[in-house]
Design a protein around this ligand. Structure first.
Ligand code: BGC
Length: 490
């Protein structure tokens, strides 16, 4: 079974050059304005809704199944069509972000989140529920493109990593809250409340986005210099507004006119596209969502026999740890830089996946005997699995989780940024869909241990690939980052 996309093949087909041949120019610290807080709120709500809507379905399914007597095929549709909606939403989000602006695209996401949640909560039949799933998925996709892009373009360079990582922090908080809400409401199978609850933050996102500033970079692209100056002044009052606008302007004028989809593929932007796509793929093929979606079943197989013990470890060891470890990234991403976090995290991920695979090797060898005497206490191998998965989540959460979104949102030139980010986001969703869709079949075909070792192998390939291809972008303005690609082309 080779359902997973081969993350290892992409880098080999691409030109190899040393990635560190550029300088890091530290930017001056900025003061935190009220408008920057508004930007942060937009980012946090978008990320939180992404995480919540992704995590909540696991607990809602059993109630939905009994209300609508779903066939197994419809269960899959209800579960996975959010990903489908997200894939389409991500592609549309890039187009929208470039055409109507970053802020209005976030407004669209807020409206979709609210509408989708309401349609699901009041769905009288399966078909309407599926429409609601698609709408919420589209909201997730549009928001996943617009919010990090918005964060990257509105934050001062010295804080950009932290702002985009705050988006990832919100995603993890959303997943954690979804696990908690599922736990609280599962006794009565209140699936309508579980799914409908997202309408409240959706509406809040819409309201906050109404007053939020627009991206000065997008306004400059639309040749609205005075609006751009006003928004830049609002967000970073201490900035040298004229200097920054001129730098944005000259970066824009250096780039050829008439950005189209085919332009995203132009040879001079192939390098950032390769970096963005590679990161998007490696973030998924190393297994994070197999663990996020199927934690309950993995813990069940590892000997956590009672539902209560599984819910507790899933909520706290996966959901809670994911939130806490993301804070590490926020603290260090703008100090240590992107490369160090990625490289350290991938080592941790590979090592912990090897351990989890080993534990499953043991569990699979002795499983029948252990299962027969299933007590409520997990075995030693079960505890090793738990610790291995915690180590994996920690390693992912301080590295690939936030850093991938940060880098994807800072490496592209302004003209194609919206579309290029959208392509990377859609590829990330496509890879997530493949992994989550085929994880259980893969386990069935080659066993749990081999599956985790496969994820470990992808982490090793990912490490080499990051080492060779991903440049350091810490502390540089979005315009300075474009110089890196020029240096590499020479
Ligand atoms: C990934 C998601 C994943 C989440 C887990 C994000 O960066 O894109 O697919 O579920 O991290 O925290």
């Amino acid at each position: 079974m080779s359902a997973l996309p081969s993350g290892g093949s992409a880098p080999r087909t691409l030109p190899s050059r040393p990635a560190s041949a550029h300088q890091v120019t530290p930017s001056s610290p900025a003061s935190f304005s009220f408008w920057l807080v508004v930007v942060l709120v937009v980012v946090l709500f978008s990320g939180g809704l992404f995480g919540y809507d992704q995590g909540v379905i696991s607990g809602a399914l059993s109630g939905i199944k009994s209300t609508f007597s779903l066939s197994p095929m419809l269960v899959e549709v209800v579960t996975s069509w959010v990903t489908l909606g997200a894939l389409l939403g991500a592609l549309a989000g890039g187009e929208l972000a470039d055409r109507i602006g970053r802020k209005r695209t976030v407004l669209v996401a807020g409206a979709l989140f609210t509408l989708g949640a309401a349609v699901q909560a009041f769905a009288p039949e399966t078909a309407i529920l599926v429409v609601g799933r698609l709408i919420i998925g589209a909201g997730v996709g549009v928001g996943a493109v617009a919010a990090p892009l918005y964060a990257a373009e509105l934050s001062p360079a010295a804080w950009r990593g932290r702002f985009v990582s705050a988006y990832q922090l919100a995603v993890t908080i959303g997943i954690f809250l979804a696990y908690l809400v599922d736990g609280w409401l599962s006794a009565n199978d209140d699936w309508r409340i579980m799914l409908g609850a997202a309408a409240v933050p959706g509406l809040l996102l819409f309201v906050v986005a109404l007053i939020a500033p627009e991206s000065p970079r997008w306004l400059m692209k639309m040749r609205r210099r005075s609006d751009a100056a006003r928004e830049l002044q609002k967000v970073t009052p201490s900035a040298d507004v004229e200097g920054e606008l001129s730098s944005i302007d000259s970066a824009l004028s250096r780039e050829a006119s008439g950005a189209s989809w085919s332009e995203v593929l132009r040879p001079e932007w192939r390098r950032p596209l390769m970096v963005g796509l590679g990161l998007a793929i490696f973030q998924q093929v190393t297994g994070i969502n197999a663990i996020i979606y199927y934690a309950d079943q993995i813990f069940g197989a590892a000997g956590f026999a009672t539902e209560a013990s599984r819910t507790t470890v899933t909520t706290w060891a996966i959901g809670g740890v994911n939130v806490l470890a993301t804070l590490i990234a926020i603290a260090f991403i703008d100090r240590l830089g992107r490369r160090k976090l990625l490289l350290a995290g991938l080592i941790g991920m590979a090592a912990s996946l090897i351990v989890v695979g080993g534990a499953f090797q043991f569990i699979e060898a002795v499983a029948p005997a252990a299962q027969a005497s299933a007590s409520s206490a997990p075995s030693v191998a079960g505890i090793v699995t738990l610790l291995g998965l915690v180590a994996f989540i920690v390693s992912f959460a301080f590295s690939l989780g936030p850093v991938v979104w940060t880098v994807i949102n800072e490496i592209f030139p302004g003209r194609v940024r919206g579309r290029a980010v959208a392509v990377c986001t859609a590829v990330n969703w496509g890879s997530a869909f493949l992994v989550s869709q085929f994880f259980l079949s893969l386990v069935g075909a080659i066993g749990s241990s081999a599956t985790f070792w496969l994820f470990a192998a992808f982490s090793v390939v990912g490490w080499v690939w990051v080492y060779v291809y991903v440049p350091e972008t810490k502390g540089q303005s979005l315009e300075q980052i474009q110089q890196i690609w020029k240096t590499l082309r020479k």
